[in-house]
Design a protein. Structure first.
Length: 220
């Protein structure tokens, strides 16, 4: 990233700001255990996780017919909601939010997490004040966020190249491409660096490493 001339930042939440990867892997292993299936390692989780989440469940080897996907989704979310407050923000997240804020750059969240719980947890961490809008989904199935991204970029009224999307997945890159935004991916999240670098070179190992580069830029 040679310079920084963006007018708005769109943040992903899970795996980008919230460090919940270990929790998601653990919940999946609980689901597998209850079905007498072999557990997955954290490394394997990051290799097979994808959007839509339905495809990830397929990758794990869980049957999705006869309403099983919907049942699995409820089972997963129920445990996630009961344990989510054990998760923390990644190091550097608050500092990066504050950095953009200090430059007068507006920010928002675009997530595949359900809307009311997304707003709730962002408020829990005291981050709501940073965001012009918090955009989640109206369901628990995490199919993707391209449609919401299209609506939000249209509402923002900004030109191609004036928005930066920060995420942790190939889907975040795809969303950015679809809405005409640049993208930065953080490889500490739900997908391994080996997957991310196949779609973009704008990959950083941590939020702190991305923030350090921002602070070193002379032209923005």
């Amino acid at each position: 990233m040679k310079n920084f001339r963006f007018k708005h930042i769109i943040w992903d939440w899970n795996g980008t700001m919230l460090d919940d990867v270990f929790l998601c892997c653990d919940i999946m292993n609980n689901i597998l255990h209850r079905r007498n299936r072999q557990p997955i390692t954290l490394s394997h989780y990051r290799d097979i996780f994808t959007f839509p989440v339905r495809e990830y469940y397929k990758n794990v080897g869980l049957p999705l017919d006869n309403g099983n996907f919907e049942k699995l989704s409820v089972e997963f979310i129920d445990e996630y909601e009961s344990r989510k407050n054990y998760c923390n923000l990644y190091p550097g997240v608050k500092e990066t939010l504050e950095y953009f804020s200090s430059l007068g750059i507006s920010q928002s969240v675009l997530s595949a997490y359900s809307q009311h719980t997304l707003v709730e947890i962002i408020e829990h961490f005291g981050l709501s004040r940073y965001f012009q809008r918090i955009n989640g989904l109206d369901n628990i199935y995490a199919a993707g966020k391209i449609d919401n991204g299209r609506k939000w970029i249209k509402e923002l009224g900004l030109k191609k190249g004036e928005v930066l999307l920060i995420g942790d997945s190939v889907h975040d890159y795809e969303v950015a491409e679809e809405i005409g935004a640049a993208s930065v991916l953080i490889s500490a999240g739900h997908q391994a660096e080996t997957k991310l670098i196949k779609v973009t070179q704008n990959v950083y190992p941590s939020m702190n490493s991305f923030l350090l580069e921002l602070q070193n830029l002379k032209n923005y």
